[in-house]
Ligand binder design. Structure first.
Ligand SMILES: [Fe+2]
Ligand SMILES: [Fe+2]
Length: 146
């Protein structure tokens, strides 16, 4: 694979804010992939992209979990568990790369991409479906009583 596949509408879950976050995370992965392919690590660029990735993943996840908390999402625990694993992996790769104990490879970046896409397409979509059901329920009750 010469380039990482571009972000596509098929990954949208229909919640604008979270979709923007997902695209941004995906783009950071593509950027690190490109830098690796080009063997361009001038001024530690790859390390910087990994840092942004790690910070942004934490930010996105806390936003998503706030939504779940506010909506009393019944599957939050299970979902949060996957988030924790992802953040852990990203920061582990990032730290090891910076310490020189791990050679960041295309396999690792590809692994993170697969993980992200898989998570979006399963657990995040499931959560989005829950939100739209809740919204429909609210509309139904609102029209019933007003
Ligand atoms: Fe998620
Ligand atoms: Fe997400």
């Amino acid at each position: 694979m010469l380039n990482m596949e571009e972000w596509g509408d098929k990954y949208l879950i229909g919640i604008e804010q979270l979709d923007e976050h997902h695209k941004h995370l995906y783009d950071l992965l593509r950027e690190s992939y490109d830098l690796l392919v080009l063997k361009n690590n001038n001024d530690g660029r790859i390390g910087k992209v990994l840092d942004s990735m790690s910070d942004y993943a934490t930010y996105h996840i806390s936003t998503e979990e706030d939504w779940m908390h506010d909506l009393k999402y019944p599957k939050q625990t299970e979902h949060t568990q996957e988030h924790l694993e992802f953040v852990h992996r990203v920061s582990e790769f990032s730290n090891n790369f910076k310490n020189g104990t791990e050679h960041l490879t295309l396999e690792i970046v590809t692994f993170l991409r697969e993980w992200l896409v898989n998570h979006i397409m399963t657990l995040d979509k499931e959560f989005a479906a829950f939100i739209s059901n809740e919204a429909r329920f609210c509309e139904m009750t609102a029209s019933k009583y007003h």
